[in-house]
Design a protein around this ligand. Structure first.
Ligand code: ADP
Length: 548
């Protein structure tokens, strides 16, 4: 029955050990920091295996270094960093090295003997953390030691040493010690994994925050109305925002990575005039005419130096600039146009006043007629300017009623014939069944008078006016046999104050408002006024009015 007794005491011991380890696993599992795990491990050890020192070391097989992670000596917790890392002795000298190499636990109950053997480096540490290399100085106080490897997936990743100055260690104690080391190692691993996971989660959250911030920055960059682009030091475009696309009509996908000169062709000559500020300083901006795709844009532009290159911001001032130009055109044209007839009226009136009685009746009449003609020209200019202003402000009311276009055309031609020299021949051709248009008879006549006047003024020679039906509308074509209008001016002649070749001394007088007013009036009747594509010479203007 002795055997049975032994069995049952062995069973009881095993059960006790299992209970101890279970308790240890629970306690260790509650800890979140690796340092605290070592403390808990040591607390668990105290009371079950007597000892005077505990050292936990990690082993890194990449450089064979053995580093102290935790040290407790004679009631004092020591700073592990005060132990210099030692290198694994592959010859097997030194107890730690032997355990790491074999992966097996070690119990040494004759430490004094062992440290005298050559091949290992032995330190003795007192409770103040004072370290002495052994056995140089004096024999160590340690009598017995147990060393257990810490393993991870079969590889040795550390060693735990337990030292006693008094007792000898038994295999049963080794079993308890090894069990606790196993639990401690598992807890350290879990804590490290958790810590790593928390670190990864924090890194991921930080990355997400940065991405969100970037996303917001991109959205802001896309939302701003200003054009913004980043120019790399090599002169290529790195970023081209939506505002830049809209202003220049050049897509980011087209310019990305291409030289800036592919968009702004005159960049090389103009860029020295663009102020570029250091980062953090608000830059002034310069207003420059930048050529984009063959036309000039007036851009207010400035740059800021950044690590990635120069960031330029620009704003389109073309329409503001055009307004400025229009204003000065207006003043120049109006004063120029008013000056000639006014001088004529003034001169004629002056002559009549000073030399009235001496002038013959024919000369007097001539001067009076000049005053009348020039005064009427003056009032015509004033009318045109005023009408333009009213059109721009949307104050002109245009009727929409059935109009016999043939009648209106005849009336316009008759009115013109009265004013024209005999030589100016106007031919009228009206197709049958042209039908009636919806519009304002007076305004239509005003438009036709202006077109015929231009045809005579600029075209000269034969003028042909033709009324015909054209695809749901009534068309009046006014054609002359003059020099025609260069293609580049086809749209511009309809702009306010625009006059082709106004500086030619031979150019007849005019405000450049006639065609603008005509087109605006026709538009208000839902019609169209256009220049016919270049034909056999001369210019042909087409007025299309919707059928009534
Ligand atoms: P204005 O006659 O007062 O100059 P318009 O707006 O009527 O103003 O015409 C604008 C310009 O268009 C003219 O200055 C002239 O250069 C050009 N133009 C108009 N009609 C003709 C035409 N029939 N032939 C050639 N050029 C023309």
């Amino acid at each position: 029955m002795t055997e049975g007794f032994e069995d049952s005491s062995e069973l009881a011991r095993k059960a006790e050990l299992a209970e101890l380890l279970l308790h240890a696993a629970r306690r260790l599992g509650e800890t979140l920091e690796p340092e605290r795990v070592y403390d808990t491990f040591h607390e668990l050890l105290t009371g079950v295996v007597p000892h005077d020192g505990v050292v936990v070391s990690s082993f890194d097989d990449r450089d064979d270094s053995i580093t102290c992670e935790y040290a407790w000596v004679e009631g004092n917790r020591l700073d592990p960093s005060s132990f210099p890392p030692i290198t694994l002795n592959r010859q097997g000298g030194g107890m730690q090295s032997r355990v790491i190499l074999s992966g097996e636990p070690l119990v040494v109950n004759d430490v004094e003997q062992v440290v005298r053997q050559p091949g290992g480096t032995f330190y003795d540490v007192d409770k103040e953390g004072e370290m002495r290399k052994l056995p140089d100085v004096k024999p160590p106080g340690t009598k017995a030691a147990m060393m257990v490897p810490v393993k991870e997936e079969g590889r040795v990743v550390g060693v735990v040493q337990l030292m006693s100055d008094r007792t000898q260690y038994t295999l049963a104690q080794l079993e308890v010690f090894a069990g606790l080391v196993g639990q401690m190692a598992a807890a350290v691993r879990t804590v490290r994994l958790q810590k790593e996971r928390r670190r990864l989660e924090a890194a991921e959250a930080a990355a997400r925050a940065i991405a969100a911030e970037r996303e917001t920055a991109v959205q802001v960059l896309e939302a701003v109305g200003d054009g913004i682009f980043l120019l790399g030091d090599d002169g290529t475009i790195r970023l081209w925002n939506r505002g830049a696309e809209l202003i220049t009509n050049v897509r980011a996908s087209v310019v990305g990575g291409r030289p800036i000169t592919s968009v702004f062709t005159t960049w090389e000559t103009l860029s020295p005039q663009i102020p570029v500020a250091e980062a953090g300083i608000a830059p002034r901006s310069a207003t420059l005419p930048m050529e984009v795709g063959g036309s000039d844009l007036w851009l207010s532009i400035s740059g800021v130096q950044s690590a990635a290159g120069t960031v330029y911001a620009f704003r389109d001032l073309t329409s503001e600039r055009r307004l400025e130009e229009e204003k000065s055109d207006f003043i120049a044209t109006v004063s120029h146009e008013l000056r000639t007839p006014m001088a004529a009226v003034y001169g004629a009136a002056q002559t009549l006043l000073q030399r009235g009685p001496d002038l013959g009746p024919d000369r007097s009449r001539e001067l009076l007629e000049m005053i009348v003609t020039q005064a009427s020209r003056l009032s015509q200019i004033t009318e045109e300017v005023l009408l333009t202003g009213r059109l721009d402000r949307g104050e002109v009311r245009v009727l929409r009623e059935p109009v016999d276009v043939a009648d209106v055309t005849r009336a316009a031609v008759d009115a013109m014939r009265e004013q024209l020299p005999e030589a100016a021949a106007i031919e009228v051709e009206i197709e049958p069944n042209v039908g009636r248009a919806a519009g304002d008879a007076d305004r239509i006549q005003q438009v036709l008078v202006n077109l015929i006047d231009n045809a005579v003024k600029y075209g000269g020679g034969q003028v042909r006016v033709r009324v015909e039906p054209a695809d749901g509308s009534v068309r009046v074509a006014v054609a002359d046999s003059g020099p025609g209008i260069p293609l580049a001016d086809h749209e511009r002649i309809f702009e306010k104050f625009y006059r082709a070749d106004p500086h030619l001394t031979t150019a007849p007088h005019g405000t450049g408002l006639g065609l603008y007013i005509s087109r605006e009036l026709v538009r208000r009747m839902s019609g169209r006024l256009e220049l016919a594509p270049e034909g056999a010479g001369g210019a042909t203007f087409l007025v299309d009015l919707p059928q009534a």
